[in-house]
Design a protein around this ligand. Structure first.
Ligand SMILES: [Zn+2]
Length: 312
């Protein structure tokens, strides 16, 4: 959907509300009080009424728009842009484009949509052959950390640790048409507090099919992988060989870093996961084309946001 089609299809608040309701009805409205799935639509009040307990919920309740005061059309514009732009855009850019007076609600709207993206991706497990490595992303230093001396290298307070997983399937013959020995499938990225094997193991068992094979370096953080999946193939990987031996995690890490650097500045560590969600979600749907808007709409009506924030 290009911008002109978008404007033609969603010219006003009413058209957006009607489309939103269509998506909610298709996904199924659930009563938050009794769990019943049949509702009356009260068109005068624009709300659903549970056929069993009579509890009423608005069109926005229990979706990504839960608690939002912004017009439906703002959300549609955001969903359109998030699914039609290749890289990303900042909340201040969107605020300018919408001509909205305050920054915070626009910023929160984008984070809520990124949360819905992350939840959607968390429903799928990676399978077959998976590369795993860690990436270190620059983030803002917390106010109370600023006074402490900086540690170097892996433990540096300026770097947030991200566990990166990429399905990396060997191709028949020698290389893909891009000259790679493996084909990439889905990817996942998780902000982690530390590099303890227990931290990493739980991410692996939650997100990787037990029937898979994992390729990684021989880090001590990874010693338990052999008990979590069918096969673990740890290798000593010299620094300059990383791109060759774990090609897709490293391409994903450098592309994600580039996107973050280009678009966002001074990311607070607590919001890094949100930006990673967007990066992975888009990457995992890179061949979806026209269906991308539809898929994010489904995710948006299906999840109640739990995003909380404190902006000083
Ligand atoms: Zn009910």
């Amino acid at each position: 959907m290009n911008l002109l089609n978008f404007v033609a299809q969603f010219p006003d608040e009413a058209s957006c509300k009607a489309k939103w309701k269509e998506y909610r009805d298709k996904q199924g409205v659930v009563c938050p009080k009794c769990g019943h799935k049949e509702h009356y639509w009260k068109s005068d009040k624009e709300c659903y009424e549970c056929k069993r307990c009579k509890y009423r919920q608005s069109l926005r309740s229990n979706t990504v728009m839960h608690g939002s005061q912004l017009p439906f059309r703002y959300w549609f514009v955001a969903i359109h842009l998030l699914t039609s732009t290749k890289k990303s855009f900042s909340a201040s850019e969107l605020q300018r484009q919408l001509g909205h007076s305050t920054y915070n609600p626009i910023w929160a709207m984008l984070h809520k949509l990124r949360q819905a993206m992350g939840r959607r991706d968390s429903e799928y497990s990676l399978k077959e052959v998976i590369e795993i490595d860690e990436g270190f992303f620059s983030t803002e230093i917390d106010q109370d950390e600023k006074n402490k001396p900086l540690k170097r290298g892996r433990g540096s307070q300026k770097k947030s640790k991200v566990l990166v997983m990429a399905e990396s399937i060997p191709v028949k013959g020698e290389t893909t048409k891009h000259g790679k020995p493996r084909k990439v499938g889905h990817i996942k990225m998780f902000l982690i507090d530390d590099l303890q094997s227990s931290t990493i193991d739980s991410k692996v068992s939650e997100n990787i099919n037990a029937d898979s094979v994992i390729d990684s370096d021989n880090s001590t953080s990874y010693t338990n992988f052999k008990t979590l999946v069918k096969e673990h193939r740890p290798k000593v990987i010299p620094k300059k060989e990383v791109g060759k031996m774990l090609p897709w995690v490293h391409i994903a890490i450098s592309n994600a870093k580039r996107m973050l650097l280009d678009v966002f500045h001074d990311i607070k560590p607590e919001y890094l996961q949100s930006y990673l969600n967007e990066f992975c979600y888009k990457f995992n749907r890179r061949y979806f084309g026209e269906r991308r808007f539809d898929r994010l709409m489904v995710a948006a009506v299906s999840y109640k946001n739990e995003f909380r924030y404190n902006i000083k």
